[in-house]
Write a protein that binds this ligand. Structure first.
Ligand code: ATP
Length: 199
């Protein structure tokens, strides 16, 4: 699987609709300081479901919406769309191309689309789990992060290896099942209380 295209309108400095094409191999992005190079990686993290405004260098999530300049009015929404080549079927969707879109309105309303159909963030997260992509995967290494990996505590480094080894999916399912089990135990205890009261 590889990233073919990023399309965006209204995300951070992308006041106009932009389409960035990537070829196979290495792509370099060059530009003066503050011209928006890092906004491209922020866009990738965001569309893959980033929930922390801080990670993408904002204070609130609405900070990703183009806030205007001296000559341009702010916009009311932002979207980022990724087009991934999936001829390898690494992503478990029976399509040669996978389209992922996230849109946010100033009102706070947020939408995700998978291949042009509205979906929940969970579906996108599951699709990418263990694919080496996804917002938590180490496919985006920002300035300073290499240092962080080297200085990381052993448990944190283990987390990184687990992600690469593909056990995160099972960990996340285990957590979900444990939560269901806890809920069921609680319900059972409530039922037992009611039985006691009635008998
Ligand atoms: P450097 O080389 O210094 O790291 P860069 O090319 O990576 O810079 P970015 O950090 O990606 O640049 O872009 C920062 C620019 O994006 C700033 O000019 C900032 O004003 C602009 N920007 C960020 N968020 C918004 C927003 N919501 N609306 C408008 N512009 C924004």
């Amino acid at each position: 699987v590889y990233l073919k295209t990023i399309e965006s309108h209204g995300f951070k400095s992308f006041a106009d609709k932009v389409t960035i094409q990537f070829d196979r191999g290495v792509t370099g992005v060059v530009g003066p300081n503050g011209s928006g190079k890092s906004n491209i990686t922020d866009a990738i993290r965001w569309v893959l479901g980033e929930q922390s405004a801080k990670t993408i260098r904002g204070t609130t999530m609405q900070d990703v919406i183009f806030s205007g300049t001296d000559t341009r009015k702010p916009l009311n929404s932002a979207y980022v769309k990724l087009i991934l080549s999936n001829e390898s079927r690494d992503l478990k969707v029976d399509k040669d191309e996978v389209h992922i879109l996230r849109k946010l309105y100033r009102s706070g309303e947020s939408e995700y689309y998978l291949n042009n159909e509205k979906c929940r963030l969970k579906e996108i997260a599951e699709l990418f789990m263990d694919s080496g992509l996804g917002k938590n995967a180490y496919n985006i290494i920002s300035q300073g992060e290499v240092d962080q990996v080297l200085k990381a505590k052993p448990e944190d480094r283990r987390h990184l290896i687990e992600e690469a080894a593909g056990v995160m999916k099972y960990k996340s399912r285990k957590k979900e099942s444990e939560k269901k089990l806890d809920d069921t135990i609680e319900n059972l205890s409530r039922v037992n209380d009611i039985i006691k009261e009635l008998s």
